[in-house]
Design a binder for this molecule. Structure first.
Ligand code: IVH
Length: 707
């Protein structure tokens, strides 16, 4: 349907779809204006969207959406809260869905610790579906409350948190510095009452209790928060000046003694059987709890073991969230569209007639790849009993937690007679280049490389993303806009850094454009200049090379140290042969596939020229080995071989890295130290031949102060 079809001529289905589109577009424009400070449409165009939305709502009042733009004034207040850098990062949890995921979790934990079956006990407690909050107490007094934000930096909502009855203002006999973490939520009864009140007053209603809790906590006017019945369960902590207890369960008891609410369904479990029993029990009670939960969280009970297990980049190794089964709904598949990603992957997307799945309106879902649509898996075996998926089909949509919704099943009895089998494109819909499937790859990819506009835009979006260049006021929307701009285009990363100079040469300056003024244009150029000076790991990650994610980029940066060393080595390297290749694949954590992708990219002429243009604009900072430079192993390359008896290989590696060492999988002239346990073979011999220091596990433990 065209976006300009007169409102009077819209059918009900078209009106529903159009309201969804308008809600999306207005929300996007709001974010661009208020949040990113970089409007991407004119005021008049924005007003026209709002007017059209209002006209459709007036004609079809029953279709008015819970998130209707007519109820919203401007944007979410997010940018107006001050920021809080968390003293200890607020992490998320790894998810488990099947029972086996839970037994695997226990296996992994014990393997890491080197403990036998049944040696680790766990707590099991409900996973509250709200939003997490960190409360900082100093000398027993609440001094700060912050939302999670991106885990590193959250929003300061102290005044709002003080209005919540479950949050004590003062605590007795607590460590001088104590951060208590938990979940803010709203009960079902309070949620219904709030929505009824709002509806009567003609104001905004919320889609679910979680949204209501988030919307109520993040109010600029704390008096509004006070009028909302928010609650808080405490379940965890951040910075502490002294320990709370020796076990998770005792720590929860302490939190309760301080005056916090803790969840009384929490249980101690001796093994995975007991964990799964508690899960079944909590799931059974789910409907009668009076508040939303979306799973059960298991945590290692012994806090000393938790400390040994530590963290991965965003999740602890000592906890896992066992989610309740996904939510399902049936709807019409309107069309199958292809999106082209950063690495050229052609991803089929289902455009759906909007449907509510577990409280969220879904209108797009993934169809994975061409085999999935055709009804077979990567090995050619049938999935969904071999049923294929066609535009026009009645399909089942599945959503689990925050996972992207997917089309799970199809009802053949409802298939329209004229529905045709989907013919997956063999050429890129964006640039017309051939799209090929390499042997063993489920994904068909556009071969256009940087001449493909879709790949180029996605690469740019990746380039400016948070873990890459993270340039203030140059987000995904802005790079997309500049990509299509004829006067001041950004077609490749280097163009970002020539923007100021090119603007100066232009007759029509950015500051005179719609959405930009003198200050916002100057701010953008300044923000870009600020990022010319950038650490090596970010540059490598930002290049968006297939298979080279954030952690591979960190490994490479740590290994080579400087851009010159890195660039020289990958340029010299040839896939599968020679010293530079051997050195590259010897980096612990680098596989041959990653290394080949890296080397091939650097050998492609056009890609390489584009990288060189970028690098000539930058001042790339070398990366030193991390932390503890005073540790005796900082900066050293260590290889472990043979059987370790006091700790597992994974733990030894994590410890060494935390002390600033590089851990490599093979012995070479660059190895500084070989830690050899019983059964060490060829590596020990090679080390001896090369004159490398070899020590046993006890000497290693002494060296790192753990003996
Ligand atoms: S523990 C270091 N326990 O779930 C891990 N989290 O999906 C700290 N959540 O960000 C989290 N109930 O907001 C923990 N009983 C519970 C929880 C819980 C809800 C939330 C929390 C976290 C998210 C991860």
């Amino acid at each position: 349907m065209e976006a300009d079809k007169p409102v009077a001529e819209l059918t009900e289905a078209e009106a529903r779809a159009e309201l969804a589109r308008l809600a999306d577009e207005i929300a996007r424009a709001n974010t661009a204006y208020h949040h990113d400070d970089a409007p991407d449409i004119s005021d008049a165009a924005y007003d026209a969207l709002k007017a059209r939305n209002a006209a459709i709502e007036a004609r079809f009042p029953h279709l008015k959406r819970a998130d209707s733009p007519s109820e919203q004034v401007g944007a979410a207040p997010s940018e107006t809260f001050s920021k809080v850098t968390h003293a200890v990062r607020m992490l998320s949890l790894e998810n488990a869905f099947a029972d086996e995921d839970v037994t695997e979790f226990d296996d992994r934990v014990r393997k890491y610790l080197g403990l036998p079956a049944g040696a680790v006990t766990y707590t099991a407690e409900p996973k509250i579906d709200g939003l997490s909050l960190s409360l900082r107490y100093e000398d027993g007094k609440l001094v700060q409350a912050a939302t999670r934000g991106d885990g590193a930096v959250g929003e300061n909502v102290t005044a709002n948190a003080r209005t919540i009855d479950d949050i004590p203002e003062r605590v007795k006999n607590a460590p001088d510095i104590m951060e208590i973490r938990g979940e803010v939520y709203m009960s079902h009864a309070d949620f219904e009452a709030l929505n009824a009140r709002n509806e009567a007053a003609g104001s905004k209603t919320f889609a679910n209790p979680r949204n209501a809790a988030a919307g109520s906590l993040r109010q600029l006017d704390a008096e509004i928060t006070r009028s909302r019945p928010l609650r808080f369960f405490a379940y965890s902590w951040g910075e502490l000046s002294g320990p709370l207890a020796e076990t998770q369960i005792e720590a929860l008891e302490r939190l309760a003694a301080f005056g916090f609410q803790t969840n009384d369904l929490t249980r101690l479990c001796a093994d995975t059987d007991e964990m799964l029993k508690v899960y079944a029990d909590i799931e059974q009670r789910r409907a009668t709890l009076g508040y939303d939960i979306d799973g059960v969280v298991y945590k290692v009970n012994d806090l000393a073991l938790q400390a040994r297990l530590g963290f991965r980049s965003t999740t602890p190794r000592w906890a896992i969230a066992h989610k309740f089964p996904a939510e399902l709904a049936w709807t019409r598949l309107e069309a199958i569209e292809i999106q082209v990603g950063r690495t050229g992957a052609l991803s089929p997307v289902a455009r759906l007639s909007p449907v509510t799945v577990g409280g969220v309106v879904v209108s797009n879902a993934t169809l994975h790849n061409e085999d999935y649509i055709a009804g077979r898996d990567a090995k050619g075996a049938p999935i969904r009993d071999g049923k294929d998926i066609r535009a026009g089909d009645w399909v089942q949509v599945y959503r689990a937690g925050d996972v992207i919704p997917k089309v799970a099943d199809v009802d053949l009895t409802q298939r329209p007679k004229d529905a045709a089998a989907y013919d997956f494109p063999k050429t890129c819909p964006e640039c017309g280049s051939e799209a090929v499937r390499e042997a063993g790859d489920a994904v068909r990819r556009c071969t256009g490389g940087i001449i493909c506009p879709a790949q180029a835009v996605e690469k740019l979006k990746h380039f400016v993303s948070r873990a890459a260049f993270d340039i203030d006021s140059l987000g995904a929307k802005q790079v997309e806009m500049f990509y299509h701009d004829d006067l001041l285009p950004i077609r490749e990363p280097a163009d970002i850094f020539t923007l100021r100079a090119r603007d100066a040469d232009n007759v029509s300056k950015l500051k005179n454009r719609d959405g930009y003024g003198e200050r916002s244009a100057a701010n953008l150029f300044d923000a870009i200049d600020e990022r010319r000076n950038i650490p090596l790991n970010r540059v490598i990650f930002a290049l968006g090379i297939r298979h080279i994610g954030e952690s591979a980029a960190n490994l490479l940066a740590r290994h080579y140290g400087t851009w010159e060393a890195f660039e020289g080595a990958v340029t010299r390297a040839e896939v599968g042969q020679g010293d530079d290749w051997a050195d590259l694949v010897a980096i612990d954590g680098m596989g041959a596939v990653m290394a080949a992708s890296l080397v091939t990219t650097f050998h492609q002429e056009a890609e390489r020229a584009s990288i060189d243009r970028l690098v000539s604009e930058l001042d790339i900072q070398p990366v030193a080995p991390p932390a503890s430079s005073d540790s005796p192993v900082a900066g050293k390359t260590i290889v472990f071989t043979g059987t370790l008896e006091k700790m597992t290989r994974a733990e030894a590696k994590a410890r060494a890295e935390a002390l600033g060492a590089k851990v490599s999988g093979s012995v070479s002239a660059k190895t500084d130290l070989l830690v050899a346990g019983p059964g060490a073979g060829s590596k020990a011999k090679k080390a001896a031949d090369l004159g490398i220091e070899v020590i046993d596990e006890d000497a290693w433990l002494q060296l790192i102060g753990a003996g």
